[in-house]
Design a protein around this ligand. Sequence first.
Ligand code: UT7
Length: 331
Amino acid sequence: MNIENSNNIGIVGTGFYVPEKVLTNFDLERIVDTTDEWIRTRTGINERRIANEEEAASDLASKAGLKALKNTNTNPKEIDLLIIATLSPDHFMPSTACITQHKLGLKNAACFDLSAACSGFVYSLFAAESIMKNSNYNTAMIIGTEIFSKIVDWKDRNTCVLFGDGAGAIIIKKGQKGKNIISINFGSDGSSADLLEIPAGGSRLPTTYRTIDKRQHYLKMEGRKIYKLAKKMMVDSVIRALDKVELTRKDIDLLIPHQANIRILKAVAKKLHLPLEKIMINLEKYGNTSAASIPIALDEAVSQGKIKKGDIVVLTAFGAGLTWGAIVIRW
Ligand code: UT7
């Protein structure tokens, strides 16, 4: 399927927000049996942001969304569609998107959450673009927002050192020249669903005293197994998406991958024969912010002048589900 030039829906702008509180690796040394050296060398993370007790995913989302509205000079009433990617929503219901809609005054927007874990933002961006193509919606906002600090087990050093809180927002609009999606590739594999999960609190294992005692409401991850699959998921997805529009890895000007682990990003760079300068990396400051990591990195890439008109920018992610995907954008 060649979808190049099939639409004029493009990115108008971005915005992101991270909580003020910084938690360093040295702080973590006082919480679990770990060291700054282990975290830095095994993951590339130096510090991450942590939300305060009162903050929920919609609070970070609305701050990121407000920045995107301001940066693009968009009236909130112009937004026809809001999709929020999160696996740490305010509640099971209502959706974090509806709560964020109210906070931002997006009175004319249809709103829903999308669940695809760390791949949630790329899935949501493509979903929004596809819905716009098939409707009279002109403007959409897509937000990845996460508060992992409230769903990780602060007694589990295998996971609590990896994640951080934050939100990133993007606005897309019809009638844009440039910054268009020109190709996509997505995939999922439910046979590995148990590699990364929150076992209890849903309809499979409803909350009981027993599930709480067993700490089953916290995120559990088979890190080593995911690590082995992550490179393949992202590299294959990027190559497939490029192939569809007769581009190759040499055409990539900037790759913006999900920020999970510096070793995974370096392995992806090596496999794609990309110099590290062509990979956006900011996980040293924020850790893994799941669905928020790509829009935060995209906003920083733009503000640091790393992207110029006409560039081929590729977003790629992988995460629980398993899910993965790549989006090719001609800037
Ligand atoms: O975004 C969603 C997807 N998730 C990911 O991308 C995560 C992918 N996986 C990873 O990034 C890596 O597998 C980790 C960073 C999670 C772990 O790195 P690793 O090199 O795969 O370490 P490991 O799990 O093989 O553990 C090595 C050792 C173990 O000790 P033993 O068994 O060798 O004695 C762990 O117990 O490191 C130990 N360890 C720690 N030591 C100090 C695990 N966590 C820590 C820690 N501090 N925080």
